[in-house]
Design a protein. Structure first.
Length: 155
């Protein structure tokens, strides 16, 4: 039984996954890295108390992650591509990735100067995931650019 043969309009079909461009695939990778990072420790008190990405400014990273993930799922699963946004998808991915990075950086700066404890590796993994999402948005932007007139030849 093949997914492409028996998929429904509401379900994810294998041919929908094949349509993903390089930019889309990079955004998916960045989203997955950020999702894993949210579960990792972002802060440690040094006394056995830790906090993951669901605390403090990690919420900004989580909200941006949710927005990017929802847009990806709608674009992959909707038969007609889903509703149009006021900005192109590449710009939405760039903004979402930048918000993921911003949440990680603010968490890092805000929690690094405390007397007790310090920032753990999860915040850096989230930072990398957000940067990968930004790179994916940029690659998608380059894919969407129309090819200009050829340079050379006779005029």
């Amino acid at each position: 039984m093949r997914i492409a043969q028996y998929g429904t309009a509401r379900g994810m079909r294998q041919d929908n996954l094949r349509r993903l461009t390089l930019g889309d695939r990079i955004v998916v990778g960045g989203t997955l890295v950020t999702l894993v990072a949210m579960l990792l420790p972002w802060w440690d008190s040094g006394l056995g108390v830790t906090a993951n990405g669901f605390h403090d400014w990690g919420w900004l990273t989580l909200l941006a992650l949710a927005g990017v993930a929802m847009l990806l799922v709608v674009r992959i699963t909707a038969a007609d591509g889903g509703p149009r946004l006021s900005v192109d998808d590449d710009v939405a991915y760039l903004i979402g990735g930048a918000a993921e990075v911003l949440g990680s950086v603010i968490f890092w700066v805000g929690n690094n100067g405390r007397l007790v404890g310090g920032v753990r590796f999860g915040v850096f993994v989230a930072l990398v995931g957000g940067m990968v999402t930004v790179i994916g948005g940029w690659v998608k932007r380059m894919e969407m650019r129309p090819l200009g007139p050829s340079h050379g030849g006779d005029r």
